[in-house]
Design a protein around this ligand. Sequence first.
Ligand code: PLP
Length: 396
Amino acid sequence: MENKTTEQWMELTQKVVANTYARYPVVFTRGKGVRLFDNDGREYLDFFAGIATVSLGHCHAGVTAAMKKQVATLVHTSNLYHIPEQSELARRLVEMSFGDRAFFCNSGGEANEAAIKLARKWAKSQGRGHEIITAHDSFHGRTLATVAATGQLKYQKGFEPMPEGFPKMPYGDLDAARAAISQRTAAVMVEPIQAEGGVHVPPAGYLKGLRKLCSEKGCLLIFDEVQTGMGRTGKMFAYEHEDAPPDIMTLAKALGNGMPIGCMIATEKVMSAFEPGNHASTFGGNPLACAAANAVLDVMTSAGFLDGVAERGEYLGRQLKKLASEIPGAKEVRGRGMLWGIEIEGEAAPYVKKALENGLLIGVAGPNVLRFAPPLVATRGDIRKMIEIMRRYVLE
Ligand code: PLP
């Protein structure tokens, strides 16, 4: 690939890449840990991690070595055959979670699509209806079914008619959930913390309450842990904070530290509704993606890793609260672990742009929330540096 200037790359993107993203005017060409470097060699502090994905930092040595080894050995065979790296990854994921079996795909949206299909298939076998109740302000992906499941109309606009069967309920409200569940309900699907929709942390007891409710009513509970899973909240899976195991859980983002991989985990009782031929993915769980994910697990299951995330996550939350107390327009700071949002008065996007201009990557969550989702390996020093940039250049 020939070298081009930043302007030339941006021009090329605008000419030949589908116009589905409003991209910031920057071209990243290299990453190391919590740092990114653009085409002109300028350094940035990354507190968004490729949308909460590169949790071990850019080009993590262990993951890179595992991928290099695998890429020189075997990249893809398909699920017509057994894949040792996939079987091993499934064993490790089910041993560390509530689940008994894992299905692999390539993204969060696909993992949720698999969860929706499994829930419907299971419900049919039980004589229940096919509805999957989801929450207002939720985000579950961009396939047609996951857009229908998503509780934000802006993602559905222009693509109607939506697949039916996704009634909505208010998030964090157990009485509303109780009223919504009926014999038509196959499952209730929520994010343990709503990330894209504004970093909404539900009231304590909500996840456990949903668990109890779904068990009583005989429907399934699905946790979309695409963003909250793999240590993001200081536990491997966010449901562990309330000891509220779901029947189905979806993962993606941090599972491959940037290598595309998605996963849907379920109990034996539920997963047994799937039979050969019911669901598939050509690339899902291929040797390369699974080698990356196994290397990610090596790090995340090492002694003290998650405790460190939880400890630095609390520090991050404290620092953000202090920062927000100095901003007249700041309304609330919400989050857990390494996933935080500051709700502000007015639009968040201009602040994200300003941060970028000053060498810091952060994100938005909904129109008026600044989102912070750094690599889980960000140090206290990185956090202080981020706060300094925010204070001096972004929120001044
Ligand atoms: N579910 C949640 C909770 C997410 O945050 C996202 C992406 O941001 C998705 C699903 C969709 O994942 P993907 O973009 O990998 O399809």
